[in-house]
Design a protein around this ligand. Structure first.
Ligand code: URP
Ligand code: ZN
Ligand code: ZN
Length: 460
């Protein structure tokens, strides 16, 4: 099977040129002007942008959480991702407290294998670090190719680990060449504020926001950075939202600490005024919550300063009926919002087209840096000879409107309903197969493969 993409404007993290790409089976085999290879399929990309497939390193598919399950499974979630130009996702396995990492890995693999349409990998969330878990870290990294370990400093009583466990885990992960991801907010302080607001009868979604003030994130980020510095363990802060937390990162760099930071598309584009819409604010109940306009400015600046290396989604969708579980009490609203299908187009429209980031930066923060940080580069994350042919073709001028009526995520509302955006994903190739074309998905569930990852490199 071969594909020839003609005359596209190829954008990578560090190049921008017009050429043809020749693909055989799953990989790119030639790039050049006027390639004359005979191909089974020829795609005319003149006037279009040709970029590496987006990789979203932060999604929650089919995840048991807050008394329910996130509403996209591996089939619907990875297919929706492909429609939006994301060819690979990294999902989170949650260890059950009292059980092994291996049993959690087997459970998650069982849900994903044979169902995924797009490629995927897992981070392992360690919720119970003990002598048994400690022995499994090496196996996860060396046998299963899971090199990143998620920790929660919040969700007290469910997922949170204490600092003692954090330090022990960091030492073990460092020893075997892995990375610690962290949800960095102060779980005890949030727990206190949630109870206080409930006792005062303050039960609307607005109090979700007011129970997680910026200081809860700034404090935990700084504490995490101190522990990572002490143990010399590579660290990655997920869904960083605010000025206070980014200042903690900036300070850490002053002692030459190398730290990776992810923000999410919603924190760049939406703000906390949405929580003033009574219960409709539940659509954006997520943790950490949306912040203020000054935080958006900080995050855009952080991207261009190289302090924030990745824009993900934290895609964790729930149907409106599931959100209604918290109709009378914000603390029961399942946390999370849908965006895996929207990230690439939103960031293109609001970031590139509005001159907040360059095209090269766009590719870097949606694909290349993800592949580099999480041990998949150059197989994934670039357009180069030998790389997987994961390729997205974008019409930079086409305008369209986001809506739950037309999206493919399994969720009955959109956090971006009615947003008019510029730039549309037209064609997507996954490992050499045309996966999306003309608003149709041409591949079936089961095509998506688990990607084993390499040990982590600090050199990006
Ligand atoms: O609200 C969120 N973020 N839900 C998913 C779990 C998490 O904290 O990432
Ligand atoms: Zn989180
Ligand atoms: Zn998350």
């Amino acid at each position: 099977m071969s594909v020839l993409i003609k005359n596209g404007r190829i954008i990578t993290a560090d190049a921008d040129y017009i050429a043809d790409i020749f693909i055989e089976n799953e990989s790119i085999v030639a790039i050049g002007k006027n390639l004359s290879n005979t191909a089974d399929t020829i795609i005319d990309a003149a006037g279009k942008l040709v970029i590496p497939g987006g990789i979203d390193p932060h999604v929650h598919l089919d995840m048991p959480f807050m008394g329910t399950y996130s509403s996209d499974n591996y089939e619907t979630g990875t297919r929706a991702a492909l429609y939006g130009g994301t060819t690979m996702v990294i999902d989170f396995i949650l260890q059950k407290q009292g059980s092994s990492l291996q049993s959690a890995f087997d459970e998650w693999s069982g849900r994903a294998n044979g169902n995924a349409v797009g490629d995927y990998s897992f981070h392992m969330a360690v919720t119970d670090f003990n002598e048994n878990t400690k022995k499994e870290i090496k196996t996860m990294i060396e046998k299963e190719g899971i090199t990143s370990f998620k920790t929660f400093m919040a969700y007290k009583g469910a997922l949170m680990i204490d600092d003692r466990q954090m330090i022990g885990l960091m030492e073990e992960v460092k020893k075997h060449g892995g990375l610690i991801n962290v949800h960095a907010t102060n779980g005890d302080m949030i727990d206190y504020l949630v109870q206080k607001h409930r006792e005062e009868g303050k039960l609307s979604p607005l109090y979700h926001y007011l129970s997680q003030p910026e200081i809860t994130e700034a404090e935990a980020s700084e504490r995490f950075l101190d522990m990572a510095s002490y143990t010399e363990c590579p660290g990655y802060i997920v869904h960083l939202t605010c000025e206070g937390a980014l200042h903690a990162v900036r300070n850490a760099t002053k002692r030459n600490q190398h730290i990776f930071v992810e923000t999410c598309i919603q924190y760049l584009l939406l703000d906390a005024s949405l929580y003033e819409k009574d219960f409709e604010g539940a659509k954006w109940v997520m943790s950490p919550p949306l912040r203020e306009k000054k935080d958006q400015a900080t995050l855009w600046a952080g991207i261009n300063q190289g302090l924030v290396q990745i824009v993900a989604t934290d895609h964790c969708p729930f149907m409106w009926e599931q959100k209604l579980m918290g109709k009378d009490d914000f603390s029961k609203i399942p946390n999370g919002h849908p965006a895996v299908e929207n990230r690439m187009e939103l960031l293109f429209s609001e970031g590139v087209m509005k001159n907040k980031i360059t095209l090269n930066k766009y590719v870097e923060i949606t694909s290349t840096n993800v592949a580099k940080i999480f041990g998949m580069f150059p197989k994934k994350g670039t357009i180069a000879i030998g790389s997987d042919a994961d390729i997205v073709i974008i019409d930079p001028n086409e305008q369209h409107t986001l809506s739950a009526k037309t999206h493919h995520m399994n969720v009955d509302y959109s956090g971006y309903e009615g947003w008019e955006i510029t730039g549309k994903v037209k064609t997507v190739l996954l490992r050499g197969k045309v996966a999306i074309d003309n608003n149709q998905c041409l591949i079936k569930k089961g095509y998506g493969q688990f990607v084993k990852r390499n040990k982590v490199s600090q050199n990006i």
